[in-house]
Design a protein around this ligand. Structure first.
Ligand SMILES: C[S@@+](CC[C@H](N)C(=O)[O-])C[C@H]1O[C@@H](n2cnc3c(N)ncnc32)[C@H](O)[C@@H]1O
Length: 266
């Protein structure tokens, strides 16, 4: 059994990493500069450990300490009642287990691109749930790297991590800047830049040539605005997933899943 430290004061400094977890604005400003992120639930935290992230601490519902009994010595284990957990974090921690991890330095875009055959490039994705869902599909459907424009949300924010089911740890990613000029570096690494857009005049995805499919970098844009003109202009081909019934567009994570599957199946 790891040594368990019971915490009874929600303001105890030892669990300061877990304060106000529901305040997205505060957390997104605070976590990256402090080099940490929060994982929620046993499955997700074990994935982070397997991916080599170093835990700073674990915070667990006092009734569920047994779940972490093989993690002795990895980091301090703090146990608290649901009331204390809720007062600290701001929500009912129904998964019962939280962990705070140290971030790793991000690789460069070239380090992500070098070994990859297919990558996704995300522009302005600022919804954590969509970002997490894209990573989950990327991991499941053979996308070997993700590049993020500077204004994309943080993939290691708690909600992205949870929605991705921890797959944000499995797919290497880097920031790509300056934007969109740095898209040239993706092309220089041997990729064809495919700009995914619902526009009817784009090339239907199933009609891409073998050459265009060989080493694709799939650019996806945000809900609402979609890919900027600049990003579309910097790409090699504009590509559409044909839709029925005059539907305006797919959700970006749904579009990503369809496009990943279509380009991985050969
Ligand atoms: C909700 S859509 C944005 C809609 C926006 N009005 C537009 O015109 O792009 C979010 C992203 O999902 C992708 N997307 C959605 N539907 C698509 C489709 N039918 N074909 C290709 N990409 C699509 C695009 O990358 C788009 O930027």
């Amino acid at each position: 059994m790891p040594e368990i430290v019971t915490i009874s004061d929600p303001d105890d400094e030892r669990i300061a990493d877990y304060r106000a977890l529901t305040d997205v604005e505060l957390r997104t400003r605070w976590e990256p500069p402090h080099g940490l992120f929060i994982a929620e639930g046993e499955l997700v935290l074990r994935r982070a450990l397997r991916a080599g992230y170093e835990p700073r601490s674990f915070l667990v519902d006092v009734k569920r300490v047994d779940q972490l009994d093989d993690l002795a010595g990895a980091a301090p284990v703090y146990a608290a009642s649901q009331d204390v957990l809720e007062a600290t974090t701001g929500f009912h921690v129904h998964r019962g287990v939280l962990a705070s991890f140290r971030r790793k330095p991000l690789p460069t875009a070239e380090e992500v691109l070098g070994p990859a055959r297919r990558v996704a490039v995300l522009e302005g994705l600022n919804t954590h749930t969509n970002l997490g869902a894209v990573y989950r599909s990327a991991a499941a459907l053979g996308i070997e790297g993700v590049l993020l424009s500077p204004n994309c949300a943080d993939p290691l924010y708690r909600r992205s991590v949870r929605v991705s089911m921890g797959e944000v740890f499995a797919v290497p990613y880097a920031r790509l800047e300056p934007w969109p000029a740095a898209l040239d570096r993706v092309r220089a690494a041997g990729f064809t830049l495919l700009a995914l857009t619902p526009a009817e005049d784009a090339v239907p995805i199933q009609r891409l040539t073998a050459e265009q499919r060989a080493r694709p970098a799939l650019l996806l844009g945000a809900e609402g605005s979609g890919l900027t003109r600049a990003a579309q202009g910097a790409s090699d081909v504009r590509v559409v997933i044909p839709m029925s019934h005059r539907v305006d567009s797919l959700n970006v994570a749904a579009a990503a899943a369809v496009a990943f599957w279509e380009l991985v199946r050969d």
